[in-house]
Design a protein around this ligand. Structure first.
Ligand code: SF4
Ligand code: SF4
Length: 261
């Protein structure tokens, strides 16, 4: 049962994602996470993604749903997929979405595309985007169980990272081109794992918080690509991109920490 589905590469990828999520949270909480660390992690994740060592959790999510829909036993993939996703959701509930921030190759390539300097199109209606993504989550599960459709395969991200040309590969390339102008369209509109981790991160204990040093200049609000930096925002759609912190003119006005009791 275990041997048929055993994929050591996938297991290594999950261990990488979980370990670095914890290290990243520690670096953020201790004030040692910098723009340089972020870029380094993005580059490593993208390289590992092409080498298939970085976990393509949305793809594994689709696989698990397919196998459950087919009534197959899922063996070790139960650990590497369901348990892995469960641990990442728990980490999101503790520390926010470090995995989405720079450990998912799909998110990392979109993040890299958005750093290309050009005029951006702000899409900040996060409630609508979250609702569409929840619809996709239901459609992916319903499509697999009711019609045997593997909806996520049409988005081609897995083939893109395998450097394989399929009907879906151009779709992901178009998504990447859109990512130059609009922040993370796949993550914010389509990704079922994003939907799960967003729900997990909603009550996150550690998140970016404003302090009394804030002078209400609102520069961070104009910069945040996901409309998540206001004091009252949950930060569940925060991808820890640091743009708010980097634009803030006041030292210590935005800090990553747990709520003061
Ligand atoms: S939202 Fe999905 S695609 Fe985006 S970084 Fe998170 S898991 Fe990856
Ligand atoms: S700008 Fe700040 S609040 Fe907005 S997504 Fe980036 S890190 Fe999160």
């Amino acid at each position: 049962m275990v041997g048929a589905n055993f994929n050591p590469v996938l297991l290594i990828g999950i261990v990488y994602a979980i370990t670095i999520s914890i290290v990243s949270a520690y670096l953020w909480a201790s004030g040692r996470f910098s723009a340089r660390v972020r870029y380094l992690l993005l580059i490593i994740t993208i390289i590992l993604g092409f080498a298939t060592f970085s976990p393509m959790i949305p793809h594994q999510f689709q696989t698990i749903i397919e196998r459950l829909a087919d009534g197959e036993r899922i063996g070790i993939i139960l650990f590497s997929g369901v348990i892995g996703l469960g641990i990442l959701t728990l980490l999101a509930a503790l520390f926010g979405r470090h995995f989405c921030g720079y450990l998912c190759p799909i998110g990392a390539v979109q993040e890299a595309a958005y750093t290309i300097p050009t005029k951006k199109i702000p899409v900040q209606q996060k409630g609508i985007l979250i609702a569409i993504r929840a619809f996709f989550l239901v459609a992916i599960i319903g499509g697999a169980f009711l019609f045997g459709i593997e909806l996520l395969d049409y988005f081609g991200f897995s083939d893109f990272f395998k450097l394989t040309l399929s009907a879906g590969t151009p779709v992901f390339i178009v998504i990447l081109l859109i990512s130059i102008l609009i922040y993370r369209p796949f993550c914010r509109i389509i990704c079922p794992v994003g939907a799960i981790l967003q729900a997990g991160a909603f009550p996150a204990i550690y998140k970016i918080r404003r302090t009394d040093a804030c002078i209400e200049c609102r520069k961070c609000e104009k910069t945040c690509p996901t409309n998540e930096v206001k004091a009252e925002d949950s930060k569940s759609e925060c991808y820890l991109c640091r743009r708010c912190i980097e634009i803030c003119p006041e030292d210590g006005a935005l800090v990553y920490r747990r709520k003061k009791v």
